[in-house]
Ligand binder design. Structure first.
Ligand SMILES: *Cc1c(COP(=O)(O)O)cnc(C)c1O
Length: 231
């Protein structure tokens, strides 16, 4: 047996990291004249062990993000069994052959970004009898190396996904270019969501979540500022 998670010295800073991030979220929401509970924190636990997630759970964090289906499958089913309020967001690029595992494991799949993946997810939903919330990921900077539907194709793809998935298609997600001001990209995503009547906007990471909140983020995905640097 390993020692209880909250006594693991390497994750003793998680509660403090969470409080600091929560305070920054509340301050950014206040600056934008938004209620603090209009922004949900997704704690990105990728590469960190279950002990880190347990430390966050002990500090009342229930919503987590993971990039890889295999890592999520190794870490989360046991945590979920002991913490029924836990919600798992899948936020990393998804291969079609992992769609079924993703639908079984995740409460929110944030990375729907191409027609073939929509096919695979629709098939998996039918086979698993379980429907996670779905977000369309938009490649807001139209960067060659990045996942996400191209901005020019976004409206058509989003409309097709709404027709296919109905209310399960709840919103949009983006990762703006690393360089430059992310503000215009956040504004673009917010306008796109509004055009389609979508309420959920997953945008903002450790480096830029306050700007994302000003532009209407409903979910911010924060890893490093909570759990420290990844190996
Ligand atoms: C890793 C990751 C995050 C968290 O990034 P930090 O800079 O550590 O906060 C957020 N979103 C996605 C899609 C990620 O891959």
């Amino acid at each position: 047996m390993s020692a209880p998670a909250t006594t693991n010295p390497s994750y003793s800073n998680v509660a403090a990291g969470l409080s600091a991030v929560r305070a920054r979220i509340a301050a950014a929401a206040a600056r934008a004249a938004r209620p603090p509970d209009s922004v949900r924190l997704v704690a990105v636990s990728k590469t960190h062990p279950a002990e880190a997630v347990l430390a966050a759970l002990a500090a009342q964090q229930t919503r987590f993000g993971e990039n890889r289906v295999q890592e999520a499958a190794a870490k989360f089913p046991a945590l979920r069994a002991s913490h029924p309020a836990l919600r798992l967001h899948l936020i990393g690029a998804l291969q079609t052959n992992k769609a079924r595992d993703a639908v079984r494991l995740a409460d929110v799949i944030e990375v729907l970004d191409r027609p073939r993946l929509a096919d695979a997810i629709a098939d998996a939903i039918q086979k698993e009898g379980r429907t996670p919330d779905l977000l369309v990921q938009v490649n807001v900077g139209d960067e060659a190396q990045k996942a996400g539907i191209a901005t020019a194709e976004a409206d058509g793809f989003i409309a097709a996904c709404q027709a296919r998935f109905g209310a399960a298609l709840t919103g949009l997600m983006c990762i703006p270019p690393a360089e430059g001001d992310p503000g215009p990209h956040f504004a673009w995503l917010a306008a796109c969501a509004a055009r389609h009547g979508l309420a959920t906007l997953s945008m903002g990471m450790s480096a830029d979540f306050e700007a994302a909140i000003v532009h209407g983020a409903t979910h911010v995905r924060v890893g490093t500022a909570i759990f420290g640097h990844r190996a």
